[in-house]
Design a protein around this ligand. Structure first.
Ligand code: HEM
Length: 398
């Protein structure tokens, strides 16, 4: 067996290992199952549909083995494979294409102007609370055609349901309660939309799919649920991580100010260095040979994205922030047929937050005291992000 047993990609000190293979091993094994550490093998696993999403198994490990939450997960787009996955995913992916996403830029600019965190502020502002936590839920509401006032509820439900990924069985009751509340919320929203008439939003699009017989009513709820739970919490943390990274890269910050067309590349590079979903977990659906090792069917296979994204074999000087990196395609949003369906939207959200800060608060700097950002269980987490905004400038750089 060509694996080493000592390395644990979930351990708090694991990120002391820069990235890539450990002692020449791309695949390691421990109490957690198997873990993939380098970019090439990570990409291969994420693109191999014999490795299925671990979310259902995770629920079962929490004791959620039946009932509506288990049913939702087993039927959701992330567990679907083959033709059914294509049927559930393709129309939604088309809806989430460039037209929808680019239209959202204008909406984002309006929301950022509206919540301007510097207005009336004296002293450092927590940009995590003031921007990062607010934007994704507001955008979900816009996307789904829900009232903007629902945003705090959406943010809470996304965090409450995806708490599953914390792998803490003490959270089982609160996760179940969050799903219960989420289903009730979406059922009421769907019913209200049918009553007042459909629009051009995502939920109306899904309702039409049901009316046309392309989805059944459970699938409609399941698609809407998958989009809600995935929409907010990851984007909120990743936005905080991107802003934290770019504000500390002062030379980059100055370059972005003089050339905003570099903002998308800067967002991708920050996502490479600090990926919120640092580990994407899969289950082997059959015995699978990987790096000269047979992975038995049913095994947990954790793709350590944080390690693959800093693999020195793939990324030169992997710990450096490099705005000019070529072929910069980190695995932060995964890859393959199940790669993140909302990644274009999430990137636009982060780009517009960065653009807003460059435009309005070009002198903004991170204040270490009051900033709480760390690495836990393989994931990057943002508790708070204290920023001295500096003078407000009204010049529009776009
Ligand atoms: C920065 C924010 C985000 C990050 C880092 C992220 C990351 C991910 C990752 C790692 C996966 C798992 C892929 C796999 O199993 O291989 C995923 C799946 C998914 N994401 Fe995202 N995501 C983000 C934002 C969003 C947003 C805003 C939405 C929707 C509005 C979304 C919708 C989805 C959906 C529906 C899936 C399941 C796709 C499938 O299984 O076919 N995500 N995302």
């Amino acid at each position: 067996m060509s694996t080493v047993h000592a390395f644990d990609p979930f351990a708090p000190d694991s990120s002391e290992h820069t990235g890539g293979a450990v002692d020449g091993r791309s695949l390691v094994q421990g109490d957690y199952g198997f873990a993939v550490l380098d970019f090439e093998l990570a990409t291969a696993v994420l693109r191999d549909n014999r490795f299925i999403n671990a979310a259902l198994t995770l629920m079962e490990q929490f004791g959620i083995t039946e009932g509506p939450v288990h049913d939702f997960r087993s039927k959701s787009v992330i567990m679907a494979e083959g033709k059914r996955h294509i049927r559930l995913r393709t129309p939604l992916a088309r809806f989430m294409g460039p037209t929808t996403v680019e239209d959202i830029r204008a909406v984002l600019r309006g929301i950022l102007d509206d919540i301007d965190p510097g207005r009336g502020a004296s002293g450092p502002v927590d940009l995590n609370a003031a921007i990062a936590q607010k934007i994704p839920a507001r955008i979900y509401c816009h996307l789904a055609g829900a009232p903007a006032e629902d945003a705090p509820l959406v943010a809470r439900l996304s965090a409450g349901t995806l708490a599953l990924l914390q792998r803490d069985p003490r959270l089982t009751d609160s996760i179940l309660a969050s799903y219960d509340e989420l289903f009730t919320y979406l059922r009421a929203l769907i019913a209200r939309k049918r009553e007042i008439g459909l629009g051009d939003d995502m939920l109306s699009f899904l309702i039409r799919q049901e009316d046309e017989g392309k989805l059944d009513s459970e699938e409609l709820l399941s698609e809407a649920t998958a989009m809600l739970e995935a929409s907010s919490v990851n984007t909120a943390h990743q936005t905080g991580l991107v802003v934290w990274t770019l504000l500390r890269e002062r030379d980059t910050w100055k370059r972005l100010r003089s050339d905003p067309s570099l903002i998308p590349a800067a967002v991708v590079e920050a996502c490479r260095l600090y990926p919120r979903p640092g580990i994407v977990s899969k289950i082997a659906s059959a015995d699978i040979e990987l790096a000269d090792t047979v992975i038995p069917a049913g095994s947990d296979v954790h793709v350590a994205v944080w390690s693959a994204n800093r693999d020195p074999e793939r990324f030169e000087n992997p710990d450096d922030f490099d705005l000019d990196r070529r072929r910069n395609q980190p695995l932060t949003f995964s890859t393959g047929l199940h790669g993140c369906l909302g990644q274009s939207l999430a990137k636009v959200e982060m780009e517009e937050v960065v653009r807003f800060l460059l435009d309005r608060y070009p002198e903004a700097t991170v204040v270490d005291e009051g900033t709480d950002i760390g690495h836990g269980g393989g994931r990057w987490l943002v508790g708070s992000l204290a920023v001295e905004l500096g003078p407000s400038v009204s010049k529009d750089i776009s």
